[in-house]
Design a protein around this ligand. Structure first.
Ligand code: AMP
Length: 210
């Protein structure tokens, strides 16, 4: 199954992508994680993306489209994949269609902006593997240490309150129109993000069975 997860930054796409990945044994692909990895390694892509990312803006379409094209061509995507954070603009969705990629379902996780602002202030991510945690809602077993790889948990630079406000603005302007785009194809399923991560996961898994 080829899936897209839509939703504002902090709506819990990454966490739900991990749940689906476990359940369906298909890779979860996060353009944000790919870009952060490039930044860490100081590659040309990382350098190109840094200023956009740091300010809460979107990286130019042609850059992320090239990333996703290369990633989806890899062997592990043959039996399906979950896209977390791509597409984020209508031209990105059109590029996916132009690649001949068939999307089976688009799950839109809806969470109010105020909840998102609270959530992102407690978010911590593993600087080694990118796994996501939350101080209140999804704490790691040992504070500051990743359960999966024992990497160090850090606050993302773009989770600072001012940058979060900018990211939400960008989301409403550029990404929300994708809901209409996919509604027209009949593939959109709206999930009301719940306070409990497990409650949202239950809704997500139910939507996949339907
Ligand atoms: P994320 O981890 O998905 O919240 O992404 C972090 C940042 O990476 C975003 O705020 C953008 O600057 C950049 N980014 C990730 N995915 C995309 C995309 N599909 N289009 C443009 N920029 C992206």
């Amino acid at each position: 199954m080829n899936l897209i997860l839509l939703g504002a930054p902090g709506a819990g796409k990454g966490t739900q992508a991990e749940v689906i990945c476990e359940k369906l044994k298909i890779p979860s692909i996060s353009t944000g994680n790919i870009i952060r990895e490039a930044l860490k390694n100081g590659t040309e892509l990382g350098l190109k993306a840094k200023s956009y990312m740091d300010s809460g803006a979107l990286v130019p379409d042609e850059v992320v489209i090239a990333i996703i094209k290369e990633r989806l061509a890899q062997e592990d995507c043959k039996n399906g994949f979950i896209l977390d954070g791509f597409p984020r603009t209508v031209p990105q969705a059109e590029a996916l269609d132009a690649m001949g990629i068939v999307i089976h379902k688009v799950l839109d996780i809806e969470v109010p902006d105020e909840t998102i602002q609270k959530r992102l202030s407690g978010r911590r991510v593993c600087e080694s593997c990118g796994a996501s945690y939350h101080l209140d809602f999804k704490p790691s077993a040992k504070e500051g240490v990743c359960d999966k790889c024992a990497g160090k948990l850090v606050i993302r630079k773009d989770d600072q309150p001012e940058t979060v406000r900018e990211r939400l603005k960008t989301y409403h302007e550029s990404t929300e129109p994708l809901c209409d785009y996919y509604k027209k194809t009949g593939k959109l399923v709206v999930i009301n993000g719940q306070e409990e991560v497990a409650a949202t996961s239950a809704l997500v898994l139910k939507a996949l069975e339907a």
